[in-house]
Ligand binder design. Structure first.
Ligand code: GTP
Ligand code: MG
Length: 357
């Protein structure tokens, strides 16, 4: 699963990408290519399970982030720039709230909502180009032969066009599963789930939660398939260089309780519709990524495709219950290890053992 970090020039996109992935900026002036990095999804449950199982290996779930050169009309006309943004599963739009005399803002002042609307507009316009081209093609086809499928697609694309022309992102459209399938291939940018990242100044760090709430309830309220999270890029960048002990002190010195990074990753994970189940044994404690509401048989496929094909049952126990009883013998003895079938809906934090043929 890939999340594209986007935004206007000098808002902190690359700084955020570097802190998330540990991938440092290489010189790449004037190149419109995105860079990819992998981020571990923080999960305190893994360390807790590892205390009991003592495995040589702990494996986190991961998500990918892409660092994009800033959004502009020019960039959005570049086919490779567009193509790599279209394959992203979600977008994270970095909004600059931090003031700075040394880092100029492209538009001359700090105004995150103006920036947000400007970028939304660019996404909408780029989708409109796709929609208009497609409509032209479909109308031509309809002159040759009229089919119900053609009519259905034309009606849907017309609906997309009308939405975009009102300056509204396609994310807001309520689509049936069939309609969703029909337009999936276009990979519309304004249809992708969107995380708004408020990059706040150091002086406001102590008010991070307050500012986030203010935006969530205010100008960012009521936007479907979006999420909001605040972060202070500057502080996070410095935290990345410190030991855990020093980091705690540093965070506290700004009146903060925690680093904002974990919340940002968790918000991305949720926006992508993902959750984790766990496996635990003497060789490895591991988190696995599945879409929310997955069945046990689907989940087993995340571990190995053979498990999915030859699935018999899943032994299931909540991670906390497993820890409270000191491991598998304890939960077995108490009858707390449940046997579930193919259709069982896996819950976040379930620890599974797959029985297969
Ligand atoms: N004060 C302050 N400066 C920041 C913050 N985040 C980024 N900067 C500074 O802003 C400048 C641009 O940061 P980048 O992360 O390169 O921004 P970008 O959005 O990737 O910029 P482009 O890719 O050039 O569009 C750098 O000098 C950063 O040090 C922040 O939270 N506070
Ligand atoms: Mg950058």
């Amino acid at each position: 699963m890939k999340t594209a970090i986007i935004g206007l020039p000098m808002v902190g996109k690359t700084s955020l990408f570097t802190i998330l992935t540990g991938v440092h900026e290489a010189a790449r002036m004037g190149i419109l290519e995105a860079r990819v990095g992998v981020t571990k999804v923080p999960d305190a449950r893994l360390a807790a399970l590892a205390k009991i199982f003592d495995p040589p290996k702990i494996t986190h779930a991961t998500v990918e982030y892409l660092d994009f050169p800033s959004i502009s009309k020019e960039a959005l006309r570049d086919p490779s720039y567009l193509a790599s943004m279209r394959v992203a599963d979600a977008l994270a739009h970095v909004l600059r709230l931090f003031p700075s005399d040394t880092v100029p803002h492209e538009k001359g002042s700090v105004d995150p909502i103006r920036d947000l609307e400007d970028v939304e507009m660019e996404l909408i316009l780029s989708d409109l180009v796709v929609v208009e081209k497609r409509l032209e093609r479909l109308e031509k086809d309809r002159k040759k032969a009229k089919t119900p499928e053609l009519d259905r697609e034309i009606a849907l694309i017309e609906r997309c066009k009308a939405t975009l022309e009102q300056n509204v992102a396609l994310r807001t459209l309520e689509l049936s599963a069939d309609e969703e399938k029909l337009i999936r291939g276009f990979q519309f940018l304004s249809q992708k789930p969107m995380l708004f990242v408020l990059n706040i100044g150091e002086d406001d760090a102590g008010r991070m939660h307050e500012i986030e709430e203010q935006y969530r309830k205010g100008p960012l309220a009521g936007r479907s398939h979006t999420a909001v999270t605040a972060i202070c890029g500057k502080i996070e960048a410095e935290l990345a260089e410190l030991s855990p002990e020093e980091a705690r002190e540093y965070v506290a010195s700004y009146g903060l309780k925690e680093s904002g990074l974990e919340r940002l990753i968790a918000a991305t994970y949720a926006l992508l519709g993902l959750m984790s189940f766990l496996t635990a044994g003497e060789t490895e404690v591991r988190a696995w990524t599945i879409p929310m509401h997955s069945t046990a048989v689907k989940a087993s496929g995340a571990i190995h495709s053979d498990f999915e094909k030859k699935f018999i049952k899943a032994e299931v126990v909540n991670w906390q219950v497993l820890i409270d009883h000191g491991g598998y013998p304890g939960v077995r003895e108490k009858g707390l290890l449940r046997l579930e079938g193919k259709e069982y809906i896996v819950k976040d934090g379930d620890v599974l053992v797959i029985r297969h043929g």
